[in-house]
Design a protein around this ligand. Structure first.
Ligand code: GLY
Length: 343
């Protein structure tokens, strides 16, 4: 697959091909310059080493795995590497990792010398279908996720499905949940493709198709509304309640699992039954044991709150969505109706 989109005055190419991590130059990566390769200690080191080996002059930065690396201290280390390495505005930063590495390395690229080129090689399915495309870069600050950041579109994104082979099944499921989110709200045909998967293995076997379809939705949304004035909010489907569930779970549930749960109360009843079947077959959760009251505080602190209401995304029919401001009480009511009547 080879796609491109125009946003923020910059054209980004996205390629997906097995084995392509060894052929970056053929896929739009200009590495004949200084390249800061950023990865984390949870990513097999062979990937970043292979990427660094293709650059004229690479410096490798390995950050600690996990969300806590999205902070000023780690950002400062990356910026210090760029200064120490004598990087100028013709040089670039390249992320090899999941969403944390991409968000952080992208933000370093966005801020160094007022912005230098950024490339992304996502190594998780979740990052490939969502965060690597669209130019959102950020760190967390004072307990708020992604509160300090910038829009900085990558020059190129390269997705090599072979690297997903080392991912644990839970990570696969999380990536599939985000891809399914896009199908559910924007692409009925892809929704039906998901309905045809009998198991996680079925979905894994179709990974190239899943990636291509999710990337097509994502790039169309970003091209139309880079700054999330309206349409891009559709990508937050399942995330408002999902974030609140994630915070109630205190690390026991992964992001994609919470998004899967967060989608269910936002669907009309008939659609919810179909969505549950898909999630079940993939091995994603469809039951949530928290009481609505346990979610209230996190919901009120969601950064997408505007006054009394929260920008919510609903779906009544596969492949469609409605943007709808809802009071926290209405969201909690939907949550209760979906999960609490079963308790
Ligand atoms: N991950 C949501 C977005 O890119 O807008």
């Amino acid at each position: 697959m080879r796609e491109s989109y125009l946003a923020g005055g910059r054209r980004t190419t996205i390629s997906a091909e097995r084995g392509a991590i060894r052929r970056l130059a053929e896929n739009g990566f200009d590495l004949g310059r200084r390249v800061l390769v950023v990865t984390d200690d949870g990513v097999p080191s062979a990937y970043a080493e292979s990427v660094a080996g293709q650059a004229k002059e690479a410096r490798l930065c390995v950050i600690p795995h996990g969300e806590s690396s999205k902070c000023f201290a780690v950002l400062e280390n990356l910026l210090a590497e760029l200064v120490r390495g004598g990087f100028d505005r013709h040089d670039c930063v390249l992320a090899v990792g999941g969403g944390v590495v991409g968000d952080l390395a992208g933000f370093a690229a966005a801020t160094y010398m007022r912005g230098i080129d950024f490339y992304n090689v996502p190594t998780t399915l979740l990052a490939a279908v969502d965060s690597s495309v669209g130019g959102k870069t950020a760190i967390d600050f004072m307990g708020c996720k992604n509160i300090v950041g910038a829009f900085h579109q990558p020059r190129s994104v390269l997705i090599d499905p072979d690297v997903f082979g080392t991912l644990p099944d839970r990570q696969w499921r999380c990536g599939l949940a985000e891809a399914f989110k896009m199908a559910l709200t924007c692409d009925r045909e892809t929704f039906e493709m998901f309905e045809g998967f009998d198991s996680l293995d079925d979905a894994k076997a179709a990974v190239e198709e899943v990636v291509a379809r999710a990337v097509r939705v994502k790039k169309a949304v970003v091209e139309a509304d880079e700054r999330e004035a309206r349409l891009r909010k559709v990508l937050n489907f399942g995330h408002t309640l999902g974030h609140a569930i994630e915070s109630a779970a205190g690390g026991k549930l992964l992001h994609g699992e919470c998004v899967a749960l967060g989608m269910l109360p936002m669907c009309a009843t008939d659609l919810r039954v179909r969505v549950e079947k898909v999630l079940d077959r993939l091995g994603l959760p469809t039951r949530c044991g928290f009481r609505a009251e346990e979610l209230r505080e996190a919901l009120m602190h969601d950064k997408k709150s505007a006054g009394e209401k929260i920008d919510a995304v609903l779906s009544e029919e596969a492949g469609t969505y409605l943007l709808c401001p809802l009071a926290p009480e209405e969201l909690l009511g939907r949550y209760r109706a979906t999960f609490e009547e079963e308790l």
